[in-house]
Each structure stands twice: as structure tokens, then as C-alpha cells.
Design a protein around this ligand. Structure first.
Ligand SMILES: CC(C)(COP(=O)(O)OP(=O)(O)OC[C@H]1O[C@@H](n2cnc3c(N)ncnc32)[C@H](O)[C@@H]1OP(=O)(O)O)[C@@H](O)C(=O)NCCC(=O)NCCS
Length: 145
């Protein structure tokens, strides 16, 4: 298992993982654009040439945001997301980011437990932020240095 940077050419592999885990997956164009934009920073977990997990950050020092995080169902509860997040946060810190923000569905207990275990704290709620189904977003943040 290796951790590596994502490139725009990985967009279709990222989409395939998105479709296993996110209710409203991004399009190839959105993923490609996020990997090309200034401050866009993506990481993947790869096994024998195939991607099994990814995390997309946007860094805008002194802050950064975790935009997407998905682990293929076959590889869950093995510490993959935690490892990806530690790595991504360290890379964002290296770029001068001090605080990481993210949004998560209020019912996403797997993600909420993960973020709590990594030291993220709730600092707000956006009512009915998500659609299909309608749901509040919890806003979390963590100091990363
Ligand atoms: C949330 C998600 C990324 C977690 O990935 P993962 O690789 O399975 O997580 P890890 O193995 O690194 O888990 C680390 C810790 O997070 C918590 N956790 C992870 N999955 C959990 C679950 N299903 N139920 C409860 N706690 C969970 C636990 O505290 C876990 O530690 P433990 O296994 O020692 O108990 C994964 O379930 C996923 O891709 N879900 C669909 C997409 C998604 O919801 N992304 C987040 C959007 S904000």
C-alpha cells in the first residue's frame, strides 16, 4: 500500500471511488478542476496500481479545507482514512496552513468518529446545507500545527 499525490489524470479512478461512497459524487470535470486549481492538493492510497482511497484538500494559508474523503468499502476500518488525513494535514502544514476546516453530514457517524479521533472540534452548523436527502452540515475545524 502506498500513499501518493493525485494528478488530474487520476480523475476517473477518483470518480470510481466517489461512486462507492458519496451520495452526490463530483463529475470528472469537477475532480480534474480541483486537482488543477491553485492550492488544490489530493492524495491517494494505491495498492498494486489501483486507487482505493483519496482525500482532496484546498490550501489557502493559513487555512485549508478538506473537501472530499472516501475509502473504498473493501478497505474500510483499517486505518486508511486516518493515515490519509494525517499525511494530507502534514502537507498542508508544510504549505503554511495552520487550521483545517471541513463540513460533514450530521448523520455521518463514521466520518464524525474519524474526525473526533483526529482532534477535530465542532464549531458550527449549517441548516439544510445538504440535499438528497436534506440534512444539516456540521462545521468542524482543527489546528494542524
Ligand atoms: C468515513 C470513512 C472515510 C472512514 O474511512 P476508514 O478508512 O474506514 O476509517 P479508519 O479506518 O481510518 O477509521 C479511523 C477511526 O474512525 C472511526 N470510524 C471509522 N469508520 C467508522 C464507522 N463505520 N463507525 C464508527 N466509527 C468509525 C473509528 O474511530 C476508527 O478507529 P477504529 O477503527 O480504531 O475504531 C469511510 O467510511 C468512507 O469512505 N465513508 C464514505 C464517504 C464519507 O462519508 N466521507 C466523509 C465525508 S465528510
Amino acid at each position: 500500500m502506498i500513499l501518493r499525490r493525485l494528478h488530474p489524470g487520476d480523475a476517473s479512478s477518483v470518480l470510481a471511488i466517489e461512486e462507492t461512497g458519496m451520495g452526490a459524487p463530483w463529475s470528472i470535470a469537477q475532480i480534474t478542476s480541483e486537482l488543477q486549481v491553485e492550492g488544490g492538493l489530493g492524495f491517494a492510497t494505491e495498492i498494486q496500481g489501483a486507487l482505493y482511497a483519496f482525500a482532496l484538500f484546498r490550501s489557502y494559508p493559513p487555512e485549508c479545507e478538506l473537501l472530499r474523503l472516501v475509502v473504498h468499502p473493501e478497505l474500510r476500518r483499517k486505518g486508511v482514512a486516518a493515515t490519509l488525513l494525517h499525511h494530507g494535514l502534514a502537507q498542508c502544514a508544510h504549505r503554511g496552513c495552520r487550521t483545517c476546516f471541513l463540513e460533514v453530514r450530521a448523520s455521518n457517524l463514521a466520518a464524525l468518529n474519524l474526525y473526533a479521533a483526529l482532534g477535530f472540534c465542532e464549531n458550527g452548523r449549517r441548516k439544510c446545507y445538504y440535499t438528497n436527502p436534506d440534512e444539516d452540515a456540521l462545521l468542524l475545524h482543527r489546528e494542524i500545527i
